[in-house]
Design a protein around this ligand. Structure first.
Ligand code: SF4
Length: 552
């Protein structure tokens, strides 16, 4: 759940007669708040709600929470109210937000770079078991989300997370969210440069910093020194991608202005090369541009991609260099596009040890599974685990002779290192179970689809991505999936309004990056989904030329 929580878009104020309508950018000099979100952000910084949670709300309970904190500022600490169970998805757009709120929270734990120790993993698992009814989902932003959190328990959860170096700071809200990183940072033989120091420095210097805690909307960034496009860089507001400069050596190519959701847009290159040590400053410069020049009138035009669409990469780079960095950047080469990797399976690390990528079904795990995984990893000599942008988990540093024993131990807790292509390629967002914007159920629907397709087409060996979203937002990146499914109410054969999906076909990131085609009439009810996916997949397998990918 990464989208705006209120189902009702803010209404823009009408311009005065003869006045040019402001886009609300602070750089114009007028900081008048132009929509309700800007109003509450101007009234009090989102970060300040922590003190009230610790000193008031956790002691006096859910009813004591001020509305602007409940549906606004608590996001700055990774907390969204959950959807009240039993409310039909068809009512999502029309119901009063207060009616949708359950008295429990989703809590997002940010895992910058996707890098966890087994101690951190165990701590998240224990928190899940003790405070979150055992729930845990690995998200496609490398976070872990917990559900059923009571406000009374939040300070103790923070204490336990922070004791092992984790936090929920700015995990949601109009601020810099988790920084994605290569799940193979520091261990991949083909890595151009390990981006970990830059991720850690960004986290240390800028996360929780009030200079960046009031942005026009969320800000998604990524740093990966892999040449294999493993952080879906085209979908981020800002991404640093590993490239070798012909004169200056390993560094990063800078991409700006990506974002899916409604009005999807792929990021564009600035054509600039940045060495590892300069990444945090360039990151801060881009965030500064977004803070100052980003549009703050309409929430649905506030992401950085809209500014980038108006400016283009040349102007964006010029403003960045002139006004924020005060120096020119070096020109640099583009990365060579490759097919997007998913890190699943057993692979050799640069040091001869093995990493084992594991596939939970659509990212769903549990507290006990996370604790058991930490135990299994440690029993096989590992202390390091990574989350991936594909809702998967990777355990590092397994000795070759320990691999099969570890693979068996992981399989025993439901985490497969050699999953079917269906399980491997499936992702799903939070959906109707917990998300207040959802129109349809997603996790269980996708899990049932995986199970059904494993029966119907068990020999599928080719990579095929099926991403399921519960609404038009794109938390599960439907536009860049082979088969993207956007939740909506559809009309079935009997004329009834039922949960279903608009289909997008043939999207991709990396090699052949582009959005899937939204085919008119390609809508399918949830109950018909297995039949539809079987038909589409069978047709592709029959008609394709040798080795042709679904997106071609
Ligand atoms: Fe995101 Fe899914 Fe919720 Fe829509 S239903 S906002 S795609 S999590």
């Amino acid at each position: 759940m990464t989208a705006e929580t209120s189902p009702r878009p803010a209404r823009a104020a009408r311009p005065r007669d003869g006045a040019a309508r402001s886009d609300g950018a602070w750089a114009t000099g007028d900081r008048t708040p132009l929509n309700p979100n800007e109003v509450f952000k101007a009234a009090d910084d989102g970060l300040n709600v922590r003190q009230r949670i610790e000193e008031v709300y956790s002691r006096e309970g859910f009813a004591s929470i001020a509305p602007e904190d409940l549906r606004g500022r608590m996001r700055w600490w990774g907390l969204y109210t959950q959807r009240r169970p039993g409310i039909d998805g068809g009512r999502t757009a029309s119901i009063d937000p207060a009616e949708l709120d359950d008295e429990y929270f989703m809590m997002r734990v940010r895992i910058d770079g996707g890098a966890l120790t087994t101690e951190q993993l165990r701590t998240i698992g224990e928190i899940s078991t003790e405070f979150a009814r055992g729930t845990a989902d690995v998200t496609d932003r490398q976070n872990v989300q917990l559900h059923w959190i009571r406000v009374e328990d939040v300070p103790e959860i923070w204490r336990r997370l922070e004791a092992v170096g984790l936090s929920t700071t700015e995990a949601c809200g109009d601020c810099p969210r988790v920084v994605l990183g290569s799940p193979l940072a520091g261990i991949a033989a083909d890595e151009v440069v390990d981006g970990t120091p830059a991720v850690l420095e960004i986290q240390k210097r800028f996360i929780g910093d009030p200079q960046f805690s009031n942005l026009p909307r969320k800000f998604k960034s990524a740093v990966s020194g892999s040449p294999r496009g493993d952080v879906v860089h085209e979908g981020n507001d800002l991404a640093f991608v590993g490239v070798v400069h012909p004169e200056h050596g390993p560094g990063f190519d800078v991409w700006v202005g990506g974002g899916l959701s409604t009005n999807p847009r792929l990021a564009e290159r600035l054509g600039a090369w940045v060495p590892l040590e300069d990444v945090p400053d360039v990151w801060a410069g881009v965030v500064g541009i977004f803070r100052d020049h980003g549009y703050r009138r309409l929430r649905n035009r506030a992401r950085l991609k809209f500014l980038m669409a108006d400016w283009g990469p040349a102007k964006f780079r010029e403003v960045l260099e002139r006004d924020y960095l005060h120096r020119p950047l070096l020109d640099g080469p583009a990365p060579v596009p490759t097919a997007e990797p998913d890190h699943v399976g057993v692979h050799e690390q640069v040091d001869g040890l093995r990493y084992v990528g594991l596939a939970p079904v659509v990212g769903r795990v549990s507290g006990p599974v996370l604790v058991a995984l930490a135990d299994a990893a440690e029993a096989h000599g590992s202390r390091r685990v990574r989350t991936t942008p594909h809702q998967k988990l990777v355990v590092l540093d397994i000795a070759p002779e320990q691999v099969e024993s570890f693979v068996e131990a992981a399989a025993a807790i439901g985490l497969q290192a050699r999953p079917s292509a269906w399980r491997r390629g499936a992702m799903a967002c939070t959906g109707l179970e917990f998300c207040k914007l959802a129109i349809v159920e997603t996790k269980a629907t996708a899990a049932a689809l995986v199970s059904e397709m494993e029966q119907r087409l068990p020999t599928l060996a080719e990579p095929l991505t099926v991403h399921v979203n519960g609404c038009p937002n794109s938390c599960a990146r439907i536009q860049t999936a082979d088969i993207g499914l956007k939740g909506q109410i559809v009309t079935d054969a009997d004329g009834a309004q039922v949960p279903g999906f608009q289909v997008h076909l043939g999207g991709a990131t990396g090699l052949g990056a582009g959005f899937g085609r939204k085919l008119r009439g390609h809508k399918v009810t949830a109950s018909e989904l297995p039949d539809y996916v079987e038909r589409v997949t069978s047709a592709w397998l029959e008609e394709r030329e040798d080795g042709e990918r679904f997106a071609q």
